[in-house]
Design a protein around this ligand. Structure first.
Ligand code: ADP
Length: 421
C-alpha cells in the first residue's frame, strides 16, 4: 500500500499539473479570442486544445490504473491468507497441533480483517491525492515576496521630497542597467513629466516608487532623506495611486469599479472624478449609465474608456502621489490635455508623476525629464526644453504639426460632448 501510495502521489501531481495547464490555456484563449479569430487560428487552437486534453486524459488514466490496483491486490493477499490459513491450518489439525475450533475462529478473525484492509488501502489512496494537491497549494502560499520589508522598516507620512541620487537599476532578468545614474528630485505638490521614446525607461523610473523590484544597486532613492527600502512596504503603497497603461477593470459595473478602493465615496465625489476623467459624455451613451457592466476585463468598452475609468478609480482615492504611466495612451491628445489640466487643478498640494509619449500632456508640468536609454537626456521646464533644441523640441513640433493641441480652455461640463461629437 505504501508503494502504491507513493506512485499515486507522483502520478496525481502530474495529472493535477496537466489539468492546471489546460485551465491556463483555456483562460488565455478565451481572453485572447479576438486575436485568435483575427489571425484565423481557430483550428490550430482546437488542435492544441485537443493535445492538452489528451495529455490530461493520459495522466488521469495513469492515476486510475494505479487506483484500480489497490482493491485487487488486497483481495489477492486476503485470498492467499485464506488459502495458507486453511491449507496449513488443516495440516496442523491433522497433526493435532490445533483444534478444529481454533482453526474456525482463526478464519473468522481473518474474515473480519478484510474490510479494514480495504479501508486502509482507500485511506492511503485518498491521503496521497490530498497531499499531492496540498503540495501544489503550499508551493504557491510559500512563495516568498520578491521585495520584503527591511527588518526595522518604519511607517512614514507621505514624503515632502522624493530624491533619486545617482541612481542605477537593473531588472533581475536584464543584462544591462535599465536606469543609469538618475539624479532627480520631486517636491510635494509638484507635477513631474517624464517623456522619451518607447523603451527609454519611463515606466522603469516610475516603478521604482512602487517597490515591485529590489532597489537599484548603485546610488539611492530617498523619501524625505530615508532610503525607500527602509520604509514599510504598506506605508509606501499607501501614498501611491498607480494607473498603468493596460487598465485592468473587474467584470462588474462601472460604479463598482470606481468604488473599488473607496467604497463609501459620495455620489458627488463620483461625479467630480467622472468629469475630471472626461467620462460624463460616455456615460450618457451607456445603456445603464454607471450601472453598466464592463464585461470580462472591460471587453465592452473602448481602450480609451477603460483607461479613463481606471484613471477615475485612482482619482477617487486622491492619493498623495499619483503615478500615471502612459495611462492615457488610447485617449486622443485633446482629451488627454483636458484631463491633465483638470487633474492639476484638483491636485494642488499633491504630487503627480506623468509618463507619456505626448508632449502636450506635460506642457504645464513643474519639471520635465526626457529619458533616453535609461538616462536623463534633458530636463527642465517646457520653456527650457523648447529653447534647448533637443529631442523634446523636435518631438513637440512634430506632434503639434500632426495634431495641434494648444493650451486647452478650462474644463467645462460640455467638454465631453464637444470632444466626442
Ligand atoms: P518605457 O516605459 O520608456 O517605454 P520601460 O521602462 O518599460 O520603457 O523599459 C525600459 C527598458 O527596460 C526596456 O529596454 C525594456 O525591455 C526593459 N524592461 C522592462 N521591463 C522589464 C523586465 N520586467 N525585465 C527585464 N527588462 C525589462
Amino acid at each position: 500500500m505504501t508503494k502504491y501510495g507513493r506512485i499515486v502521489h507522483e502520478r496525481f501531481t502530474l495529472a493535477q499539473d496537466a489539468f492546471g495547464d489546460m485551465n491556463d490555456r483555456v483562460l488565455e484563449t478565451i481572453a485572447g479570442i479576438r486575436v485568435v479569430r483575427a489571425y484565423v487560428q481557430e483550428s490550430a487552437e482546437e488542435r492544441r486544445f485537443a493535445e492538452t486534453t489528451e495529455d490530461v486524459y493520459r495522466k488521469n488514466a495513469d492515476v486510475a490504473r494505479i487506483d484500480a490496483q489497490f482493491e485487487p491486490t488486497i483481495k489477492i493477499l486476503v485470498g492467499a491468507s485464506y488459502l495458507i490459513g486453511l491449507g496449513y491450518g488443516a495440516y496442523m489439525v491433522f497433526e493435532s497441533q490445533l483444534t478444529l475450533g481454533q482453526l474456525t475462529s482463526f478464519n473468522v478473525y481473518l474474515g473480519m480483517l478484510i474490510w479494514p484492509m480495504l479501508a486502509i488501502g482507500q485511506l492511503i489512496n485518498i491521503m496521497q491525492r490530498g497531499s499531492a494537491s496540498l503540495d501544489r497549494v503550499t508551493e504557491t502560499l510559500r512563495y516568498a515576496p520578491d521585495v520584503a520589508d527591511a527588518p526595522a522598516a518604519t511607517t512614514q507620512a507621505p514624503p515632502a521630497t522624493i530624491t533619486f541620487c545617482d541612481y542605477s537599476f537593473r531588472y533581475p532578468l536584464s543584462a544591462v542597467d535599465n536606469l543609469k545614474e538618475i539624479s532627480l528630485s520631486v517636491r510635494q505638490g509638484e507635477t513631474l513629466g517624464i517623456v522619451g521614446r518607447t523603451g527609454a525607461g519611463k515606466s522603469t523610473l516610475l516603478r521604482q516608487l512602487l517597490r515591485e523590484y529590489p532597489v537599484g544597486h548603485v546610488g539611492a532613492l530617498l523619501v524625505d532623506g530615508v532610503p525607500i527600502d527602509r520604509v514599510a512596504l504598506h506605508s509606501v503603497l499607501d501614498w501611491m495611486g498607480y494607473v498603468p497603461q493596460d487598465a485592468m477593470l473587474f467584470s462588474r459595473t462601472i460604479e463598482e469599479n470606481l468604488r473599488f478602493a473607496a467604497a463609501d465615496a459620495s455620489p458627488a465625489r463620483i461625479q467630480d472624478v467622472l468629469e475630471m476623467a472626461c467620462l460624463t459624455a460616455d456615460l450618457e451613451q451607456f445603456p445603464n449609465g454607471l450601472r453598466t457592466l464592463v464585461g470580462e476585463k472591460g471587453v465592452s468598452l473602448s481602450g480609451g474608456q477603460k483607461q479613463r475609468i481606471a484613471l477615475a478609480r485612482a482619482l477617487i482615492v486622491d492619493p498623495h502621489i499619483l503615478i500615471l504611466d502612459d495611462a492615457m495612451s488610447a485617449v486622443d491628445a485633446r482629451t488627454e490635455a483636458h484631463i491633465v489640466q483638470a487633474i492639476r487643478k484638483a491636485r494642488t498640494g499633491r504630487t503627480t508623476l506623468i509618463a507619456t509619449h505626448r508632449i502636450s500632456a506635460v506642457l504645464h508640468a513643474d519639471w520635465v525629464v526626457v529619458m533616453d536609454d535609461g538616462r536623463i537626456a534633458e530636463q527642465g521646464t517646457h520653456a527650457d526644453l523648447m529653447s534647448s533644441g533637443g529631442w523634446y523640441q523636435q518631438q513637440y513640433l512634430r506632434q503639434q504639426a500632426e495634431d495641434p493641441v494648444d493650451d486647452v480652455p478650462d474644463l467645462d461640463k460640455s467638454l465631453g460632448k464637444e470632444v466626442y461629437a
